[in-house]
Design a protein around this ligand. Sequence first.
Ligand SMILES: C[S@@+](CC[C@H](N)C(=O)[O-])C[C@H]1O[C@@H](n2cnc3c(N)ncnc32)[C@H](O)[C@@H]1O
Length: 240
Amino acid sequence: MTKENPTAHLEKRRIKSFVLRQGRLSASQQNAIDSLWPNVGLALDEQLLCFETLFGRKAPTLVEIGFGMGSSLAEMAERHPENNYIGIEVHRPGVGALLKLIEAKQLNNIRVFNEDAIDVLNQKIPKNSLDAVYLFFPDPWHKSKHKKRRIVQAEFVAKIAEHLKSGGLFHMATDWEDYAQQMMKVMSETKAFKNLSGSGQFTPRPNYRPLTKFEQRGQRLGHGVWDLVFVKTHQTAESS
Ligand SMILES: C[S@@+](CC[C@H](N)C(=O)[O-])C[C@H]1O[C@@H](n2cnc3c(N)ncnc32)[C@H](O)[C@@H]1O
């Protein structure tokens, strides 16, 4: 018997923050997926994750949404073996690239979803469970007609708040000034969060966020990067 999903019609209409690119998996990415996925890959099912069981220990658990080719995530996990990391990325070659890094660096503190982060948050991540959520350089969707695809919207931010612990951090970075302003506006209007740098202020890049190659090139060309770090201060309605 199939289970009725009362929100199925809404789900179908949800505007996605990505368009799946057709990029091909390289042979080495495919090999990494074949050998590592059974150990580090996670699937969407009805069951909420238990981080202690998943990682075999009690440790701070941090999520990176849209990790791209995974270089920042692998570097953070290597530098902070005391943390658990969950990476979420829809682009399969990116997942393959991260798995190659996990193999090369012998990391055992990363687990991976090849799924839409919204589905992962809705179906797999317990409320009030995360120590941090990272969103580094989300797709900018800079044309006016595409801006509705930007992932940072009030509803998304409310969802992040639900899944962070009280005291947990939400850290975003972008190299698009008008997206940075949009992030600042949405975050400032969300009661659950407080800006760690003071109202309306951007934050210098914290050391734990690796400088990407793309960002280094941007810096040489004089392009700006804006970091925003907010702490969850209030219990969200769902958690009280
Ligand atoms: C511009 S790239 C940045 C990648 C990486 N964070 C970096 O700094 O290089 C944005 C990434 O987010 C991923 N993405 C967009 N929406 C997503 C979603 N809803 N769930 C998971 N990944 C998503 C895209 O596939 C893409 O790889």
